[in-house]
Design a protein around this ligand. Structure first.
Ligand SMILES: Cc1cc2nc3c(=O)[nH]c(=O)nc-3n(C[C@H](O)[C@H](O)[C@H](O)COP(=O)(O)OP(=O)(O)OC[C@H]3O[C@@H](n4cnc5c(N)ncnc54)[C@H](O)[C@@H]3O)c2cc1C
Length: 715
C-alpha cells in the first residue's frame, strides 16, 4: 500500500474511531434533536448562513464516512429548514458525501480488487462502462440497497465520477423529498420506520426498474427502426442464408441444418475457405515435410551416422495439394447437401436485411450470417506494386523453391512459413518492425523460438521497418529503416521472392454492407454486439470478418452462437463466451497458449504467481531427442486457480488441451496433479508443472508437524 493510501486510511480510521469513542452517534438520534430543536431553531434564525454551513459539513462527513445517521440528518434538514431549502441542502450534501465515499473506496481498494479478481470482473466492468448509469439509478431508487454500500461498491467499478455524482443526485432526489417533507413534521415522528409506506416503496421500485425496462424497449424499437425502411417479405425462402463457406460459414450452416432449419450456404470461391485451401491445412502439411527434413539434418542426434535426402520442392507442394484434396470431402458440397444445407456457388450480395442476391436470383431470408473471412493485408510500401509479391493466398502455387526468400512479418503465419522454407532449403530473411517476433507472447517464449530460428540459419531482422522495394532487371531489394538502438540507419536486403505476412484484413466490401451502412470497428472488422448481431438484429457476423480472433476454432465457436441466436431469436439468445480461448503457433518448438501470459497480466494489473516446468527434464522428451521447452502457468496468488498457461515445446498445441479443460471447467493444479498421466508421454509435463506448483504451496506447518509425528513413530 502506498504512503498516500495509508494516510487516507489512517485519517478515515481515526475519524470513525473518534465517532465511536466519543459516542457521537447519540447526537444523531431523533430524541436528541427533538430535545435541542428549540435552541437550534433560535440559532438558525440568528445565524442562517452558519447553520446551513454547519449542517452541510456534518451531513457530508456522515455520508463520506458511511456513518449511521444520514436518514436522521435528512429528517432534521426538513425540521430546521423548509421543504425547498432542506431538499436543496440535503440533495447537494448527500451527493457530495456519497461521492467522497465513492472516491475513497476507489482510491483505497479498486486497484487491489481489480488485480485480484480482474479476469472475473471483465464482464461486470464492460457492463458498468456501458450501462453503469442505469444500474446506479435503479440502485439509488430502490430503498432495499443501503446507500453507503452502493457508494463503496460503485467506487470499485469503472463508472465515471461525474456520472456517479449526477446520477446519485437525481436518483436520491425522490427519497430526499419524502424524508425532508416528513422532517417538516418531525414532532409527530417517533421512529424512522413508517416514513416510507409500502405503497411508496413500491413506487420507488417501479421508478428504479423503469430505466432498465425503458432501455430494453428502446433497443427493440431501435431494431425495428433500422428494419423499417425495408419491406419484410410475407414469407421467407430460408430461415438462414450464410455467406461464405469457410470454417465459420460451414459450422453455422451445419448447426442450422442439424436443427432442421432451411439454410442456404453461398460460396464464391472454394468450399472450406482459407483454412482448408490456403491456411491451416496447407501450412501444416508443408510444416510436416519441412520437419522431416530437419530430422534428417539432425540424424546424428538420433544415433544415425549419416542420412541424406533428395527431394523436389514441386513434389512437396504437390503433397500439400494432396492433403487438401484428402480433407476436402469434409467441407464439400456433397457432404453439406447430404446434411440438408442448400449449397450455392456464386458471389452473394446483401440487397436488404431480408434479401440476398446470388447469380441474378433473389433469396428471401429471415436471417443472414456474414462469414466472408479475411485476406492478407498488403501494406502500402513504396514500390510494392512493382514486385510480384507472394501472400498466404498465392504461396501455394509456387513450384520452384526461392533461393533467397524474404518474409515480411514476425507473427504466427510469418514465423511458421519462415521456418518451413528455411528447412526446405531457402535462405530466409525475416523482417519485423517490432523488437521481437511473436510479440504477443512473453519475452522468454519468443526468445526460445528466435534462438531456434537462428540456429537453423534464419536471418531475423527485428526493429527493421520496410520502407521501399526496388526492382530492376536482375535484382530485387528491400530497403529497411532501422528502429531502436540503430534508429535512422538504412539497410538493403536482396531477395528472389518476398512473402508478405503482416496481418489479415476482414472482407467487408463489395457485397452490400456499404449500402446498408453496417458499421465496422476500428480494426475494420464488422461491428457486432455480444450476440454477434450487426446493426441489423437479423444480420449476424462470425469468423475472421467479425474478429476479434482469427482462428478456425474461434470461427467455429462463434458459429454456434450465430446460428442458435439467429434461429431462436425472440425466444432466447446467448452471449458469446470468450473467457477461455486457446491457440497455437506451429513453429518448432510449438508455442501454445490459453488465458493470460505474464505481459498481459502486468498490463491489466492482475496479480499472479508463476510456476514453471522445464521440459528438458522430461523422460519422453529426452527419449525423443526433444528435451527442450517450458510450461509456464500463471495462477491466482495463494489459490489453485489457473489464470493462463503458455507451453513451448514439442506438441505444445496438444499438451495445452489439459489446461484448456481445466480453465473451462474450473479445476486447478491439484486436480491435474491428481490425474494419472501415461508414462512415458509428453503430456506428463503438465503433471510435473502441477507438482512444482504444489511444492511451492506445500503447507509448511503441517509438514513440520508430520516430521514430529514420524519421529515419534520411530521410537
Ligand atoms: C497461412 C495460414 C495459416 C493458418 N493456420 C491456422 C491454424 O493453424 N489454426 C487456426 O485456427 N487458424 C489458422 N489460420 C486462420 C484460419 O485459416 C482462419 O481463421 C479461418 O479460416 C477463418 O474462417 P472464416 O470462415 O472466418 O473465413 P474464410 O475461411 O476466409 O472463409 C470465408 C469464405 O467466404 C467466401 N466469401 C467472401 N465473400 C463472399 C461473397 N460475397 N459471396 C460468397 N462467398 C464469399 C470466401 O471465398 C471464403 O471462402 C491460418 C490462416 C492462414 C492464412
Amino acid at each position: 500500500m502506498t504512503k498516500a493510501k495509508s494516510l487516507v486510511l489512517i485519517i478515515i480510521f481515526l475519524a470513525i474511531a473518534s465517532f465511536l469513542f466519543f459516542d457521537l452517534g447519540q447526537y444523531l438520534t431523533l430524541g436528541f434533536f427533538k430535545s435541542q430543536q428549540e435552541k437550534i431553531d433560535l440559532y438558525y434564525q440568528a445565524h442562517p448562513g452558519q447553520t446551513i454551513l454547519i449542517y452541510f459539513v456534518i451531513y457530508i462527513s456522515v455520508a463520506a464516512l458511511s456513518l449511521p445517521g444520514a436518514a436522521i440528518m435528512t429528517l432534521v434538514g426538513g425540521a430546521i429548514f423548509d421543504l425547498l431549502t432542506g431538499t436543496l441542502i440535503v440533495s447537494f450534501a448527500s451527493s457530495i458525501g456519497a461521492t467522497l465515499a465513492f472516491l475513497a473506496s476507489r482510491f483505497l481498494f479498486r486497484d487491489a480488487v481489480q488485480s485480484r479478481f480482474g479476469r472475473h470482473l471483465n464482464a461486470i466492468n464492460t457492463g458498468m462502462e456501458k450501462e453503469g448509469a442505469f444500474y446506479l439509478f435503479t440502485l439509488r431508487l430502490v430503498p432495499a440497497f443501503p446507500f453507503f454500500v452502493i457508494n463503496l461498491l460503485m467506487g470499485l467499478t469503472p463508472i465515471k465520477t461525474s456520472t456517479f455524482y449526477l446520477i446519485s443526485q437525481i436518483g436520491m432526489l425522490a427519497g430526499t423529498i419524502v424524508y425532508v417533507n416528513a422532517g417538516t413534521q418531525i414532532s409527530k415522528i417517533e421512529s424512522l420506520s413508517g416514513i416510507l409506506s409500502p405503497g411508496l416503496i413500491f413506487s420507488f421500485v417501479m421508478l428504479g426498474i423503469f430505466p432498465l425496462v425503458a432501455k430494453n424497449i428502446v433497443s427493440v424499437i431501435q431494431a425495428r427502426k433500422v428494419l423499417k425502411p425495408y419491406t419484410k417479405p410475407e414469407q421467407f425462402d430460408y430461415n438462414l442464408v450464410v455467406i461464405g463457406a469457410g470454417s465459420a460459414g460451414l459450422v453455422t450452416s451445419y448447426i442450422a441444418a442439424a436443427v432442421k432449419a432451411k439454410v442456404a450456404l453461398i460460396e464464391k470461391h472454394r468450399m472450406g475457405g482459407d483454412c482448408l485451401n490456403t491456411g491451416c491445412v496447407p501450412s501444416k502439411a508443408l510444416l510436416r515435410s519441412a520437419k522431416f527434413l530437419s530430422h534428417v539434418k539432425r540424424a546424428k542426434e538420433f544415433g544415425i551416422k549419416s542420412a541424406t535426402v533428395e527431394f523436389d520442392f514441386a513434389q512437396v507442394m504437390e503433397r500439400v495439394q494432396k492433403v487438401i484434396s484428402q480433407i476436402e470431402p469434409h467441407d464439400s458440397v456433397e457432404r453439406y447437401s447430404e446434411l440438408g444445407v442448400e449449397c450455392i456457388s456464386g458471389a452473394a450480395k446483401i440487397t436488404s436485411p431480408y434479401t440476398v442476391e446470388v447469380n441474378g436470383e433473389t433469396l428471401t431470408t429471415r436471417n443472414i450470417v456474414i462469414a466472408t473471412g479475411a485476406r492478407p493485408f498488403v501494406p502500402p510500401i513504396e514500390g510494392i506494386d512493382n514486385i510480384a509479391y507472394l501472400t498466404s493466398d498465392t504461396l501455394w502455387d509456387l513450384r520452384k523453391l526461392p533461393p533467397r526468400l524474404l518474409v515480411l512479418g514476425g507473427g504466427p503465419i510469418g514465423c511458421e512459413l519462415v521456418q518451413a522454407f528455411a528447412r526446405l532449403g531457402s535462405q530466409v530473411t525475416q523482417v519485423e518492425m517490432l523488437p521481437r517476433i511473436l510479440i504477443r507472447e512473453d519475452l522468454e517464449i519468443s526468445e526460445m523460438v528466435m534462438q531456434r530460428f537462428k540456429s537453423e540459419g534464419i536471418d531475423i531482422r527485428v526493429e527493421h521497418k520496410a520502407v521501399e522495394f526496388i526492382a530492376d532487371k536482375d535484382k530485387k531489394i528491400l530497403v529497411c529503416e532501422r528502429l531502436g538502438e540503430h534508429q535512422g540507419e538504412q539497410v538493403q536486403i536482396e531477395f528472389d521472392e518476398v512473402l508478405v505476412a503482416v496481418g489479415r484484413v476482414a472482407n467487408t466490401q463489395g457485397f452490400g454492407l456499404e449500402d446498408l451502412d453496417i458499421p465496422l470497428t476500428k480494426t475494420r472488422t464488422i461491428e457486432t454486439n455480444q450476440y454477434l448481431q450487426t446493426l441489423f438484429p437479423n444480420i449476424y457476423a462470425c469468423g475472421d470478418v467479425a474478429g476479434p480472433f482469427q482462428f478456425t476454432h474461434t470461427a467455429a465457436h462463434q458459429a454456434w452462437y450465430t446460428s442458435v441466436n439467429a434461429l431462436f431469436n425472440g425466444f432466447w439468445k446467448f452471449r458469446v463466451d470468450y473467457s477461455v480461448i486457446p491457440w497455437a503457433t506451429f513453429t518448432d518448438p510449438e508455442v501454445a497458449r490459453v488465458g493470460l501470459n505474464e505481459q498481459e497480466a502486468k498490463e491489466q494489473g492482475i496479480a499472479y504467481e508463476v510456476t514453471t516446468y522445464d521440459i528438458d527434464d522430461l523422460d519422453r522428451a529426452i527419449a525423443d531427442q526433444e528435451a527442450h521447452g517450458l510450461i509456464k502457468v500463471l495462477t491466482v496468488p495463494g489459490k489453485d486457480k489457473i489464470l493462463g498457461v503458455t507451453i513451448v515445446g514439442e506438441h505444445a498445441g496438444d499438451l495445452i488441451a489439459e489446461y484448456v479443460a481445466a480453465m473451462r471447467h474450473n479445476f486447478g493444479m491439484n486436480k491435474i496433479l491428481g490425474t494419472i498421466h501415461i508414462y512415458p508421454t509428453l503430456v506428463e509435463a503438465n503433471k510435473y508443472a502441477a507438482g512444482n506448483w504444489k511444492k511451492a504451496h506445500a503447507p509448511e506447518k503441517v509438514l513440520q508437524w508430520l516430521q514430529g509425528f514420524h519421529k515419534w513413530r520411530r521410537h
